[in-house]
Design a protein around this ligand. Structure first.
Ligand code: PLP
Length: 395
């Protein structure tokens, strides 16, 4: 079939492909530990679900304004502004079905054919997808493991050009759990002001941090007028299936993104928005409790991975992913056997019954790494470690 160029390079998300493979094994009777999919394992907090159900019963089942209800936009503006130490007006907030629209739509609104867009490699697969659909030129920049997977600033400087239109940041990051330190953000912000480009800051994991808060580039001088913050409810409030996210943007850009929402999805489910309002206004203790639990699991997983011969893993500062280096199992092996990370991920699924993702599901820069999600029970994490260690020792 003949397709338009804009969709010709689109590929599925690796996590869904691996999930399907794991489920096929389960259907054949195998027992699999799922560390591939990146979503909270806890249910949506009860008071939020209750608010959503009551909203349906009360008739919140009709269209809302495309950019979201006034009440929710106001609540997000206050909350997101307070957390970033800046003033945000409700007109700068646009609500949509998930955080993904605030990756795709600002890119469609800003990037013209031939414009270059810098993004992290390894990084979330939607970044190259949205750049391709917008007709932009993808410019991947490596993350450096030595700097806990912050941006490689030298590579970043080298990748800047006259055509740089936008830089995508993701901190805390998927798939690495890396947090970009303030000094690196300052470096990027200075370049953005000097060379006049946009920054799309994906901060979906901003509330899942373990040592200290992740700084936001939005708060730096001169950046509010050239930054889009993409954030949402999926990870913070365990609401992945509700589909609720938001963007913070300069007002004129917010209006364009609102138009894209009007003509694509119309609006976000109105009962979902009521549930979101309760998430923000209601108790925040469950968020802190879940983050503390993830931290416990992280510590067990990282210690366990580092105890497996041939693996080494940095301590992720945020999100819920471990990104161990598995290069020692790779090309330069005894007998010259080539074992790229996709081979290793497959081997672990087949031999150990543990589903993980190859780093290459996040771009070529992920070769030599695996991604394991630790939003899973301690019991499963310990069992997965045992099984992986036995399977890898047999290689
Ligand atoms: N950005 C990153 C880095 C993510 O990992 C995800 C989800 O996995 C998203 C954005 C999308 O979030 P949502 O499900 O709210 O659209």
């Amino acid at each position: 079939m003949d397709f338009a160029d804009r969709v010709s390079t689109l590929e599925p998300e690796g996590a869904y492909t691996m999930l399907a493979r794991a489920q096929a094994l389960e259907a054949a009777g195998r027992e699999i530990i799922h560390l591939e999919i990146g979503q909270p394992d806890v249910p949506t907090f009860e008071h939020i679900s209750r608010a959503g159900m009551q909203a349906i019963a009360a008739g919140y089942t009709r269209y809302t304004p495309s950019a979201g209800t006034t009440a929710l936009r106001q609540a997000i503006a206050e909350d997101a502004g307070r957390r970033r130490g800046v003033t945000i007006r409700p007109e700068q907030v646009v609500v949509g079905p998930g955080a993904k629209p605030f990756l795709f739509f600002p890119t469609l609104a800003l990037v013209r054919p031939g414009d270059e867009v810098i993004y992290p490699d390894p990084g979330f697969p939607t970044y190259p997808a949205m750049i391709a659909v917008a007709g932009g030129v993808p410019v991947p920049v490596p993350l450096s493991e030595e700097d806990d997977f912050s941006f490689d600033l030298q590579a970043f400087d080298r990748s800047l050009s006259e055509r740089t239109r936008m830089v995508v940041l993701n901190s805390p990051g998927n798939p690495t759990g890396g947090v970009i330190p303030l000094e690196a953000l300052q470096h990027i912000a200075e370049a953005a002001v000097r060379r006049d480009f946009w920054v799309l800051s994906d901060e979906i994991y901003s509330r899942l941090v373990y040592e200290r808060p992740a700084p936001s580039i939005y708060s730096l001088p001169g950046m509010a007028e050239r930054t889009i913050v993409c954030d949402g409810f999926s990870k913070t409030y365990a609401m992945t299936g509700w589909r609720l996210g938001f963007g913070i943007l300069p007002e004129l850009l917010a209006q364009r993104v609102e138009l894209l929402l009007t003509h694509s999805v119309g609006c976000t489910a109105s009962f979902t928005q009521v549930a979101g309002l309760e998430a923000i206004r209601g108790p925040q203790e469950p968020v802190a409790a879940v983050a503390a639990e993830y931290r416990r699991r992280r510590d067990v997983l990282i210690a366990g991975l580092n105890a497996i011969a041939g693996m080494s893993c940095r301590l992720p500062q945020g999100a819920f992913y471990a990104f161990p280096n598995v290069k020692s199992f790779g090309p330069a092996q005894p007998r010259g056997i080539n074992r790229p990370s996709a081979w290793l991920a497959n081997y672990l699924l087949e031999e150990a019954g543990v589903a993980v993702l190859p780093g290459t599901a996040f771009g070529p820069g992920g070769e030599g790494y695996l991604r394991l999600c630790f939003a899973n029970s301690l019991e499963n994490i310990e069992l997965a470690l045992q099984r992986m260690s036995i399977a890898l020792a047999n290689l």
